[in-house]
Structures are given as C-alpha cells and as structure tokens.
Design a binder for this molecule. Structure first.
Ligand code: SAM
Length: 381
C-alpha cells in the first residue's frame, strides 16, 4: 500500500504504517477545515461513502464533529454478513468468512487529524505534543517532509497515556510512557540496577561512555546520569521502537538531562544506530519472556528463542572498551533452562560474571507465583 496520498487543498499527505488499513490505496481522503466542521453531516456523508476525513481547525469544532460521528456510528458500520443474510438462504459456512469481515473497525478511525510536516497538530489552539511521528511508531524522516495524518482515537490514546505519571522511589520526579513502551513499574528491577551502578561506579573512568540499550522509558539512562554523577558520564540511549525513543526524550526533558548528559539515537535494532563508538558500560534490561511477539507492546518483554539477548551478547564485545563492563537484567519467567542457556551464552561470547544482584519477587505474568529478577555484572574474559 502507498504511504502518500494526494489530498485536495493540502497536497501530498503521509499516512503512517499502522493506520494504512483504514486508508486503502483507492480511498478518497478529503480535507475539512473550519467552515466544513460547522456542517458535520457532510463529513458523515463522506465517511459513509467510504472516504477518510482529514480534519484541521478549531478544537471545539473538531470535538463536536467527533461526537456527531460517534452518535451516528451505527449507521456507518456495514451490516455484518450475519445481519445481511438474515432471511436469506445460507450459502456458505460462517468459518469460510474472511477474518476482516468478522471484526469491524470503529468509523472514528476514518476521522484523522492533520499534522504539519514539522509535527505540529493543525488544531487551534494547538497543543504541544513533540515527537508525534515517533510516538506513532515511525522514524522522523518517514513523512519525507510532508504533512501526515493520525486518527482521532490513536491521538487520544497517546495524549491519555502521556498524562499518566509513574512514580518511582529512586527518582524525585515521575516519568511518563507512551503506547507500546514498558512503564517503569518494577521497583525491584530499578533497585537491582541501582546496586549495579553503585558497584561499577568506582571502576569507571571520568566521563565514562555509557550505553543504555533498549532504553524504553529512559529510566536507566536517568538513573545512570544520577547514580554515576561522580564520573560525569556521557550516556547514550537507544531502542528499536521509535515510541521508546520519543518517550525517553520526553522524560529526559522532564529531568533536564536531554542533550547535556544524555543523548538519544534514532530507533534501530541493537547496535545498528550506534556507529563505531565504544563504551565503558553497556546497560541492557533485556526482554525476558521467551515467546513470540504478537504485538508491538510485546517487543519490550518477549524474545522468541532468546534471539535478541543472544544477538546482543554476540555483538557486545565489539562495542566495549578494553575494561568495559555490562549490566544485564533478566528474569527466570520462562524457567531455569532459559537461565542456563543465558549463562552458557555468556561463556560462549567471552564474558565472566563478576557480580549477581538478584531478588525473588511475586509475579502476575504467568501461572508461577514467584520469579527471580537478576542483574548480572559482566566483564570481558
Ligand atoms: C525490558 S524492556 C526495558 C526498558 C527499560 N530499559 C526499562 O528498564 O524499563 C526492553 C527494551 O528493549 C527494547 N528492545 C527489544 N528488542 C530490541 C532490539 N532488537 N534492539 C533494541 N532495543 C530492543 C524494547 O523496545 C524495550 O524498550
């Protein structure tokens, strides 16, 4: 499917990957601004004919339009094949029906807000929502300097998630997280990493180069900047998800750390965005559930066949200075065999376990009632 659409009155518009199902190639995207928003029935008719509405203008008028469409949404949902067949002779088994037909998506997803090429919502008064393209899972260059669209419900989800503060007793301020990013909820994991930072700090050089791989909310970058302050560390944060990159930046701003002590890469797989830098300390709180990822949100916790942690360990030595160290977080959620595998991988890739920080904690993620969280301190052998 094409990511760019020609929209009258706007020009080329980018539709982000995860919303393309709501805007197939042949869909007509029509631009509606203030005076059209006063007649929401026109927008309703456009959606009823199968179109997508790109909205910009007064926020109250946009809210009224959303309410109007929401009230009449039953008229926009196509009758299900079951309803259509009522009174008609059944001509195929229900299991033959294509899956897409079984589940109807909300018509509100066809109401999309226009965002300009720089990421500013075209809503008055405008609200400051930085890194919007990354928060919806795209790299910043994906829109190729074109305006883009975001469905109203997706925008609301992001706005709501960024409103919820996560307190930790390790930091004086709260953090926020966006969709698909792991919230910093495990106090025990944070405490174990703190122990790790205290343990390594005296062995690090001044201006130590620290990498926080898989930064998620940015919690470990912020902890590193605080707990290793004595050696004035230069921290670099990276993650595979653009949503995590954006969330980390937002949290670093809250702690006045962005740019000064902590920098953030673009999103990418493991060391791919890092270039040829070397680090005195690499920190990775790895996904610990050995299972397939079925959604973007599971990328934070699922690692099928331990492929991510295996690739991490295979590449890490190339990015460590001669006395470089690793703090690796893992849990035995998927059983002792996975821990044995992990510790064998340490050996295979030339790591020695210097210290182990471990805590047994209650878990709600599996049938098991307890699991062990471990932070390993590793050095090259
Ligand atoms: C367990 S979470 C840890 C998040 C955060 N560091 C924390 O401690 O709360 C694992 C993180 O690794 C990221 N991740 C998973 N696979 C990755 C990969 N191949 N390359 C880079 N990051 C990855 C996930 O997006 C997620 O943010």
């Amino acid at each position: 499917m094409l990511p760019f659409y020609e929209v009258g009155g706007v020009g080329q518009v980018f539709v982000p990957t995860q919303f393309r199902d709501f805007a197939p190639d042949d869909v007509r995207i029509k631009f509606f601004t203030n005076h059209d928003l006063e007649r929401p029935n026109r927008i309703f008719s456009h959606i009823k004919r199968g179109g997508v509405a790109a909205l910009s203008g007064d926020s109250d008028l946009i809210s009224n339009t959303v309410e109007f469409i929401n009230r009449k949404k039953d008229e926009l949902v196509k009758p299900s094949p079951n309803q259509e067949r009522k009174g008609r002779k059944r001509d195929f088994k229900s299991s033959d029906r294509p899956r897409a037909e079984k589940k109807q998506s909300s018509p509100l997803l066809k109401l999309m807000i226009l965002v300009d090429a720089s990421g500013l919502l075209q809503v008055e008064p405008t609200s400051d929502l930085p890194y919007l393209l990354e928060l919806i899972g795209e790299n910043p260059e994906a829109n190729q300097d074109c305006p883009f669209l975001i469905p109203v419900p997706a925008l609301k989800k992001i706005q709501d998630s960024l409103q919820q503060p996560y307190e930790t007793d390790a930091l004086e301020k709260s953090l926020v997280v966006s969709e698909n990013v792991l919230p910093p909820q495990s106090k025990d994991t944070i405490h174990l990493f703190q122990q790790g930072f205290w343990c390594v700090k005296d062995s690090l050089p001044m201006e130590a180069a620290v990498l926080d791989l898989g930064c998620g909310s940015g919690i470990l970058s912020i902890l590193a900047a605080h707990r290793l302050a004595g050696c004035k560390p230069r921290v670099l944060a990276s993650d595979i998800l653009p949503e995590a990159i954006a969330t980390t930046r937002i949290n670093l701003y809250r702690f006045n750390l962005y740019g000064a002590q902590v920098e953030v890469t673009r999103a990418g797989d493991l060391f791919e965005p890092i270039g040829n830098q070397k680090f005195d300390l690499i920190v990775f709180n790895a996904p610990w559930v050995v299972a397939r990822c079925r959604s973007r949100a599971e990328i934070a916790i699922h690692d099928e066949n331990q492929n991510t942690v295996r690739r991490f360990l295979a590449q890490t030595q190339d990015y460590l200075t001669s006395c470089g160290q690793v703090l690796l977080g893992y849990a035995d959620h998927s059983g002792q065999k996975m821990i044995t595998n992990l510790e064998t991988m340490f050996e295979t890739h030339g790591f020695l376990i210097q210290d182990v920080f471990r805590k047994r904690v209650p878990t709600h993620r599996s049938k098991k009632k307890w699991e062990n969280i471990t932070v390993y301190r590793l050095c090259g052998s």
